[in-house]
Each structure stands twice: as C-alpha cells, then as structure tokens.
Write a protein that binds this ligand. Structure first.
Ligand SMILES: Nc1nc2c(c(=O)[nH]1)N[C@H]1C(S)=C(S)[C@@H](COP(=O)(O)O)O[C@H]1N2
Ligand SMILES: [Mo]
Length: 555
C-alpha cells in the first residue's frame, strides 16, 4: 500500500522495530482478576455447592410474552449500518491509539504512570525521546490505515464515521420508542439482575441455558447485554470522545472533568472499545451457536424460518464490509487529500454551528501544572539557529512581515517590553498525550497592532527554524481571529523558567483552542497572508501538508 511513497516516508511508516506489547501496571492485574475471575469463581462455587439455579427464561414461554414480534426493516438496516460504522471506528481508533501507545489516568501523562502500554519501549532518560519517536506500528490488517504514525489519516476516518454512527443510533433509538420494539430491550424490573446472574451461571459452567427464540424475546443476560451496548456503551463512547477535544476543554472546562481529565476520558474511551470488541465476539459466537440460519433470517429478512438465504446474504454483507475496509485502506494511501477534504467538509460545518459559537477561555491554575511534558518535533539543525542558541538568543530578531503596513523585527527584550500575558493551559497533542503548563509571552494582538495587517489579511503563518518530519521548514497557519483570542501568545517562558531549547526556545506559539501541532516552536518569522492556500502545499501547515493532519484543528 505504501510502496509508491518516498524512502524517507516508508522508513518512518514501516520501521524495523514493529513489536507491540501489552504491559499492565501490577495493580491492573489485581483489578482484572477481581472483575473477570471473581464472578466466574463465584458462579462455579454456587454451581458446585447448591447446583444449577433455575433457568429464568423458562418462566416466560413465548406464548405468554406480549410485545414485539420479529425485526422490522429499520432495525435490520440500523444493525448492519452499525456494523459498518463500528468497523471503521474501531479500526481507525486502533491506529490513533498506536500513535501514543500509552494509557493514563493523569492529565499530564507523567513518565511511567501509564496503566497500560502497547510498546515494549521504556522512555529513555539519557536522550531526547519525543512523542513521535514513541509511536508504534500497527498492521494495516488491524488498524485503519495502519502502519506507523498515520494518526492524521486515521482521524479523518474516525471523524467521518462518527457523525453517521451517531445519526444511525439516534434514528434507531427514536424508532425504538415510537414503536413497541423498546419492550424487547429495556428491562422493566430489577429482577433482570438476579435473572441475568442465573443465566450467567449456566453459561460459565457450560450448562447452556434454554435458548429463547430471539424473534420473540431474549434471555435476561442477553437483554442486559444489548441494553448496555445501546444505552451505556454507545453514549459513553461518544461522551468520552468529546472530552478529548481541545475546543471543548477550552470552552466547557467542567466537561472533561466529568471523567476526571482528558487522559482518564481517553482510557475510558479505550475500555469501551474493548467492551465493544468483547461483545462482538460473544454476540457472533452465540449467533452461530444457537441456530445460525434462523438467527440470520431474523436480522436479514425479518423472517423466522430455517432457510439458508439469510445466512448467505449475511456472509455477502460481511465480505462487502471487508472489501470496503480494503477500499478505505487504498483511499488512505492513494487519495489522502480527498479524504482530508471530505472530513473537513462535514466537520467544519458542524463545528462552525456548534462549538465555534462559544468563546474559548483559559482555566487552569498553578497547582495543576504537570511534572512532565512530552516533547515533540525535530530540533532545528541549521547553523543559524545553533549560533543564536549558543549566545542565548541575544542576537535573535523575530521577523514580522507579509501583507502589513509596518514590517518589523523584534528582539526578545523588545517583545518583553511591549506587553506580557500569562496562561496555564492543557496542551492537547493530536497523538493523544496532554500536559498542563504555565506559559508567558506577548499577546499576538500586540504584534498585530504594531505591524497593522492590510484589510485582505485572513491568516497568519508562523515559520520555524526547525524542519518537519519529512524535511522542509516546519510552519503552521492560524486564522487572524484565533490569533486575537485571549491566551494566543508567543511564549518565552514555560513553568516560570525561560523556555527550554526542547520546548521551542527562543519563542513558541500558544493558541489554546487548537491541537498541539498548530503551536509552532523555534519561531523564526511571522507572515500575514490572505489565505493558507498560498503557502506550502496549501493545506495550512507542515503536518497538514505532509502527514494529513486534520484541516479542522480543534476537534
Ligand atoms: N517547529 C516545530 N514545532 C512544533 C512541532 C514540530 O515538529 N516542529 N511539533 C508540534 C507538536 S505535534 C506538538 S504536540 C507540540 C509539542 O510541544 P512540546 O514539545 O513543547 O511538548 O509542538 C508543536 N510544534
Ligand atoms: Mo502533537
């Protein structure tokens, strides 16, 4: 799939070290034991001591059951649409996950505090280890689009599929409650809990319970599982997903805290994915084991008979979705720009009429500052920058030009004399990590007032001394409105210390309602422009150009 790319890209996407790992913190093993082994053990003890509990399904012979019979077309369509969207969402989610293959419960991603890592690598202490170095490879058979550091493409798929997944779910739930179909899914008495336990004891002791015909009703555990998938897991997946967005954190600061913080939300988002995968495995196994042909007729034709046609069509649908997965992979690597633009087409409009109507604000205090802050990006290698760094940037001048009335150059001392603003914010890296830091620097509005951009200026480009991942000067652009937001500063200070070399000395950008890749480090110059289309490859920044990062950078 990536054979047509350049050497440099291929080496990065398909590295020699492609190992994955699953390394839990010891306490996680204890929790896993309690959550999984304990119920099974208790069920076995109950079985051995007092025998098999009565099967609750036998209390409800089908002729006594009122309520829906069979599955109308809208349920069958929603079921298979959901299959497609979940496939896209889970596979692209795995690619996103591998770009920062560690899961935490603390907002700052403290070193060695991850409860689970998918990489065999321990962060080395004796050299700079950036978040990009840390990204892992995942096979394109499992991830979409797979390989290593394909987070940009993966997010495009994720955010393209999510609105459709939600729409499908909303239509499904509305129809569920405007018909009598909800009666089959929604438990109406707490009796469901002890009944589910009894069914569970049957399953785990390999005494298969009486199998109700799903056309009429489900057994208690099955009902509970379907209920949880629709009314607990799906909402939780959506809500934790939203909690990771910089646009939401900077506007509704209370929101990510519902889950603890951004990283806890990310961990829960992952756990919901695991629950989905576990559900799918059990669901498919039982569909196969309990009358495959009949079950497939239920969900394909809405009929209740033993013909094999439903099964054949079901297999055809599964093959078709597999083919779509392959097509998605091909599009990712051969038509990445169409993908990037389609995603933008949907989500920019959605965002414009929702999130962007609210004002972003800055909210953290010094007690939230993270002890560790992952670094990212390639350090500048030019002699010019090295010479400036050697003399602590005393000869450095920030060049500001482009479409302005008064092009100007400023030394750091001159900037410091003009104005300063301090912020404490949560940094949202697209790769998944975050960190809270204090920043101090000059508000961009002050520079804008000094140089007086011309009327036609819509955007501002920030150029770095450093290069992008695949070479060429690192740059990014912002709308002029975003540059005027409170907290939009060129920072020379981080956590009350002069900005360190690795975090972007002498100056770096902070624009807080955006993802981290928009915050150019090691800034050499600023240019006022009419449109981002006029520079680089025209997509708004180095990462958007070369790594297909989101064109809507605040999701
Ligand atoms: N010049 C330059 N600036 C850059 C990058 C880069 O690669 N080069 N990476 C960006 C990304 S992806 C992130 S997440 C932040 C990381 O900032 P930090 O290194 O201070 O954590 O810097 C941004 N600025
Ligand atoms: Mo990033």
């Amino acid at each position: 799939m990536i054979a047509h790319l350049g050497d440099r890209e291929r080496k990065f996407l398909y590295p020699e070290d492609r190992r994955l790992a699953f390394i839990f913190k010891p306490y996680v093993w204890v929790i896993l034991a309690v959550v999984f082994i304990a119920p099974v053990t208790i069920a076995w003890i109950q079985y051995l001591v007092s025998g098999l509990p009565a099967d609750p399904s036998l209390n409800f012979p089908p002729e006594k059951i009122s309520g829906p019979r069979g599955f109308p077309a809208w349920i069958r369509i929603a079921h298979w649409a959901n299959f497609l969207f979940l496939t896209l969402i889970i596979r692209s989610g795995l690619s996103i996950l591998m770009d920062h293959p560690r899961l935490y419960f603390n907002a700052g991603c403290r070193l060695n505090s991850e409860w689970l890592r998918f990489t065999p690598v321990k962060v080395p202490k004796d050299k700079i280890w950036t978040a990009k170095d840390d990204a892992r490879y995942i096979s394109p058979v499992i991830g979409l689009p797979g390989y290593r550091h394909s987070v940009g493409l993966a997010r495009n798929w994720h955010f393209l599929a999510v609105p459709f997944f939600i729409l499908n779910g909303v239509i499904f739930v509305i129809l569920l409650f405007t018909t009598n179909q909800w009666e089959r899914l929604v438990p109406r008495s707490w009796q469901i809990i002890p009944d589910s336990w009894k069914v569970f004891v049957h399953y785990v002791t390999f005494n298969f319970p009486f199998e109700p015909n799903g056309f009429f009703y489900y057994n208690a555990l099955q009902q509970l599982a379907y209920f949880a998938v629709i009314f607990i897991m799906a909402p939780l997946a959506i809500l934790t997903g939203l909690a990771m967005s910089p646009a939401i954190d900077s506007r509704f600061h209370w929101y990510p805290r519902l889950f603890g913080n951004r990283q806890a939300a990310r961990s829960v988002h992952f756990l919901v994915m695991i629950a989905y995968v576990a559900f799918i495995i059990v669901h498919v196994t039982l569909v196969v084991a309990t009358g495959f042909s009949r079950n497939m007729n239920h969900i394909i034709f809405g009929t209740n008979n033993l013909s094999n046609t439903g099964l054949l069509i079901g297999i055809f649908i599964i093959l078709f979705v597999t083919w779509l997965c392959y097509a998605a992979l091909w599009i990712s690597w051969h038509r990445p720009r169409s993908l990037q633009r389609t995603q933008k087409g949907f989500n920019e409009t959605l965002w414009k009429h929702s999130m962007n109507l609210f004002k972003p604000r800055v909210h953290y205090t010094s007690k939230h500052i993270s002890p560790y802050f992952w670094p990212n990006g390639n350090m500048p290698a030019s002699d010019k920058w090295k010479q400036l760094a050697a003399t602590h940037f005393k000869d450095y001048k920030l060049k500001v030009g482009g479409l302005v009335e008064n092009p100007a150059e400023f030394s750091i001392d001159e900037l410091k004399a003009m104005a300063e603003e301090e912020t404490i914010t949560l940094h949202h890296c697209i790769q998944g990590w975050s960190g809270i830091a204090e920043w101090k620097g000059i508000p961009l509005t002050k520079i804008i007032e000094k140089v007086k951009p011309l009327k036609e200026v819509q955007a501002v480009a920030f150029y770095s001394f450093g290069e992008g991942l695949y070479g060429g000067i690192y740059y990014d652009t912002h709308s002029i409105e975003n540059c005027k937001e409170p907290g939009s500063i060129l920072a020379w200070e981080m956590n009350y210390q002069p900005l360190s070399i690795i975090h972007g000395a002498p100056l770096r950008l902070r624009i807080e309602n955006q993802l981290g890749y928009k915050m150019v480090k090691w800034i050499e110059s600023i240019e006022f422009i009419t449109s981002p289309k006029t520079i680089g490859k025209g997509f708004g920044g180095k990462n958007e150009d070369d790594e297909y990062f989101d064109l809507v950078a605040n999701i």
